[in-house]
Design a protein around this ligand. Structure first.
Ligand SMILES: Cc1ncc(COP(=O)(O)O)c(C=O)c1O
Length: 421
């Protein structure tokens, strides 16, 4: 923030900020805890400490540099004038929109008994935002698992929504009960499910659990035909999971798709293509009626126009070109990064086992999670040993995406000391 020096500066105590901020805005604020703890790591580094960074959600190489898929970087650099700087169509570049459907469904695309439509969005966040804006009633509750990516709450709040949760761990019964509660008080239900490679735990549902989850939505939709059910699969990390297209496979087994069930995929190219800041993703929509999807297309177009205009052209052009001409080369690099994540996860889990600390079960992706009573105190204690992690509600998020395998023993030892194991 730029500051005005000396006497010109207005002191807040003499100034009622609510005369400028609307009532909803006066409730907003606060630094993201993830960036606040990253800052602590940077400060320790600056002081010359041998600090370990487990704070951010970016895949870093062992030397601390951002891991980049060079096929993507080269294609971005090779684009020319208009494709670098021109507007994209409001719905997105047609070849990228087709690619987004492939990224969501992989080899199961033709087996799913539904029509498909996609709309380019600025990252997965744009897709989540557009779903909140259009498939939930203002003032209503969106169904989440109790442990979820904290910006979900920000996106909901920006749309005048709140959340209703069911446990991350459960028999499936809890989801059925939560749906029952929502359908008895709302005329629409939207649910966000981050799977596979859940942030912040690294959990991936098994094929049986996916089927059970989907069946809960189908059963609720069938029993409540006048209530719209929208299930959004947040696929922010799916291409780093061992079974990237598990949800598509589960959907391919649906028989008699209820008319009041809409399935969405929030596709993010931030991690899969290492273009975090280029804000590229899509909302992929699946429903048996083509006519309905064409209506949804107009709705999403309106939201995009009124919020971000068109998403950037350059990454859409580059990614469409890569997947048409250099898919194998891109995939080789992506798989190298996936293997790096796997090595780190194995090293982390085995280091924790040696010191007797149990993380929540974790399988894929960028993170792992350790439940504890006082996450801030635990992170402060780890920081004294120059290991920087993120305290969240109910536990600690460990960004294994940023920590070399060779340093996992130090992370485990700091955690064991902090937890008194
Ligand atoms: C769970 C989850 N969903 C969605 C996103 C959105 O990613 P982006 O907007 O960068 O595509 C992220 C990014 O960190 C995430 O962790």
């Amino acid at each position: 923030m730029q500051s005005i020096s000396g006497d010109e500066s207005l002191h807040l105590e003499f100034f009622d900020s609510s005369s400028l901020l609307n009532p909803a805005a006066t409730k907003k604020g606060g630094d993201d805890p993830i960036f606040a703890w990253f800052k602590k790591y940077l400060n320790a580094k600056e002081e010359g400490k041998d600090a370990i960074n487990g704070t951010l959600g970016s895949l870093l190489l062992d030397d601390g540099e951002l891991a980049l898929n060079q096929v993507v970087m080269d294609s971005l650099r090779n684009q020319q004038g208009y494709d670098m700087a021109g507007y994209a169509p409001l719905r997105g570049i047609p070849s990228f929109r087709k690619l987004a459907i492939d990224l969501a469904l992989g080899p199961h695309r033709d087996d799913i008994p539904a029509e498909m439509m996609s709309m380019t969005t600025p990252g997965g966040c744009g897709a989540l935002y557009a779903s909140a804006r259009n498939f939930a009633d203002p003032g209503s509750k969106v169904l989440l698992r109790d442990l979820h990516w904290s910006p979900y709450q920000t996106i909901l709040a920006e749309n005048g929504l709140s959340s209703h949760t069911y446990p991350l761990w459960g028999s499936g019964l809890e989801l059925a009960v939560a749906l029952e509660e929502l359908v008895s008080t709302q005329s629409r239900v939207l649910s966000w499910l981050n799977d596979p490679a859940h942030n912040p735990t690294g959990l991936t549902l098994t094929s049986e659990e996916r089927k059970q989850t989907l069946n809960c939505f189908i059963a609720s939709a069938r029993s409540n035909p006048s209530i719209g059910h929208t299930l959004l699969i947040d696929a922010a990390y799916h291409l780093y999971a061992s079974e990237p297209f598990g949800w598509a496979q589960t959907l391919s087994q649906v028989e008699e798709w209820p008319h009041n069930l809409l399935i969405l995929f929030a596709i993010s190219c931030s991690k899969s293509h290492t273009i975090y800041g280029l804000r590229t993703g899509a909302l992929v929509c699946l429903h048996p009626s083509e006519e309905f999807l064409s209506r949804v297309e107009g709705v999403l177009l309106h939201t995009g126009r009124g919020t971000w205009s068109a998403p950037p052209r350059l990454p859409q052009i580059a990614l469409a070109e890569i997947h048409a001409q250099m898919k194998d080369e891109w995939e080789d690099q992506k798989d190298t990064l996936k293997a790096l994540l796997k090595r780190r996860r194995v090293a982390f889990n085995s280091a924790l086992e040696q010191v007797g600390v149990r993380p929540l079960p974790n399988h894929d992706g960028y993170f792992a999670f350790i439940e504890c009573k006082d996450p801030v105190a635990v992170c402060e204690s780890c920081a004294e040993e120059n290991v920087f992690l993120v305290p969240l509600s109910g536990g600690i998020r460990v960004g294994i995406c940023a920590i070399p395998a060779s340093r996992m023993k130090r992370v485990a030892s700091a955690l064991a000391n902090a937890l008194g194991e």
